[in-house]
Design a protein around this ligand. Structure first.
Ligand SMILES: [Zn+2]
Length: 148
């Protein structure tokens, strides 16, 4: 059972708002730790590239020597990015955030997207569902507050 499967199965047992908040905080912490790890990998990758350049002190090292290491680092980075993505989605789902058409998560109670100004007409509790609003419907709606 993977880490994420465990986490997902754990979510079904979550009851009550306090427990909810604990889970969200946990996820947030995990995300921060992973992001730090990601930064460290980027730093390492940069160092490896520098060493391979032959310009620095370690002139004997060539790109070939470090190629495998670089590929591995890039793979690790890609994996971490995916994990962070999943953790963030779980966090947004727990928080009941809405996914805007522009791909930004906004608070459940938000009426407008903070990024693109999109107006939400559905503020129900099923916030995790991507809300797709027909632009035509928006126009006939007319007199609402301008989002620009
Ligand atoms: Zn938006």
């Amino acid at each position: 059972m993977s880490f994420f499967d465990k986490m997902k199965s754990g979510l079904h047992q979550v009851k009550g708002k306090a427990q909810h908040t604990v889970e969200i905080t946990k996820l947030y912490t995990q995300i921060q730790v992973k992001k730090k790890e990601l930064q460290q990998h980027f730093t390492k990758l940069g160092e490896t590239v520098y060493e391979s350049s032959g310009i620095g002190k370690q002139k004997s090292v060539t790109v070939d020597d470090h190629q495998d290491k670089m590929v591995q680092l890039c793979r690790d980075i890609a994996k971490m990015e995916e994990e962070i993505d999943e953790l963030e989605q779980e966090m947004h789902r727990l928080k009941g955030d809405k996914l805007c058409v522009c791909g930004t998560y906004v608070a459940q109670e938000a009426l407008f997207c903070s990024r693109c100004g999109h107006k939400f007409t559905n503020t129900g509790p099923q916030g995790y569902q991507p809300i797709v609003i027909d632009p035509k419907k928006d126009r006939t709606n007319g007199g609402g507050p301008s989002s620009t």
